[in-house]
Design a protein around this ligand. Structure first.
Ligand code: SAH
Length: 248
């Protein structure tokens, strides 16, 4: 079981697989006023940076599930590097339908809400693992500016304009699901550059090391087109944030 190989190539050097910087991740942890010993569940935990740094900085106990074999392995190495192996567990597997045995104080899905079939389904899934009064974290894109055409939305790699909402509408949608938005930390354009531009050097180096790989043509095409696409579309039109929710 694994995610499509292209992501394991382009994001192999990422510690954070979304437009958050290490500073934003620390800001979010501080904003949540995490207490030592709080259990945190993370569906689509990537390379484990959120759980590992929050274990180090705030003393949380974390479980992460991710379908990428490479990212799960990197998460375990990061836990060793930060000296938090007794606080965090990383499971390589499909997080769809995953409910923890023990209830958690924070249940998160940060940039992977397809795991629950969209934002509403993911909130429903996370709620099944949450203790009373717990916090759900959802990391999700929104439109910074509404794309003027469907082609612009596609330039942002969205299926259509309707795939994402503007920020006030996204916030309102959490209310309609019966949740208070109790905190939020938003990425910025520099963060998008860290996420997107970091792929370019990774792709360039991978191409030099793997010229005959079956994905070499695809990676070459991406490296050629991605910087301009990012500058024209994602960087201008797409926002991204993590929203902390508590049931009303
Ligand atoms: N939350 C992490 C990763 C976000 S990227 C971070 O912020 O760094 C999306 C992640 O979802 C990737 O790590 C990918 O491997 C993982 N993923 C995709 N489908 C999944 C599934 N069905 N179950 C578990 N993880 C999945």
């Amino acid at each position: 079981m694994d995610i499509p190989r292209i992501f394991n190539i382009t994001e192999s050097a990422h510690r954070i697989h979304n437009p958050f910087t290490p500073e934003k991740l620390a800001t979010l942890g501080a904003a949540l006023r995490l207490e030592a010993g709080t259990r945190v569940l993370d569906l689509g935990s990537g390379s484990g940076e959120m759980l590992c740094t929050w274990a180090r900085d705030y003393g949380i106990i974390g479980t992460g599930i991710d379908m990428s074999r490479l990212f799960s392995e990197q998460a375990k190495l990061r836990a060793e590097e930060l000296g938090v192996t007794d606080q965090v567990t990383f499971i390589h597997g499909d997080a769809a339908g995953y409910v923890s045995d023990e209830k958690v104080g924070v249940a998160a899905c940060v940039g992977a809400t397809w795991i629950g079939g969209g934002v509403a389904g993911t909130i429903e899934l996370l709620a099944q693992s949450l203790s009373a009064g717990g916090i759900i974290l959802i990391g999700e894109p929104y439109w910074r500016q509404l794309p003027p055409t469907e082609d612009v939305a596609k330039g942002c790699l969205a299926g259509s304009i309707s795939e994402f909402l503007m920020l006030p509408e996204l916030i309102a949608s959490f209310g309609r699901l019966g949740y208070d938005v109790v905190e939020m930390v938003l990425a910025d354009q520099d963060g998008w550059d860290r996420y997107e531009a970091a792929k370019w050097l990774t792709m360039r180096r991978w191409l030099e090391a793997n010229p005959d790989d079956e994905l070499a043509n695809e990676v070459r095409a991406r490296l050629t087109s991605e910087p301009e696409r990012h500058a024209a579309y994602t960087r201008e039109y797409l926002g991204w944030g993590v929203f902390a929710l508590m049931q009303r």
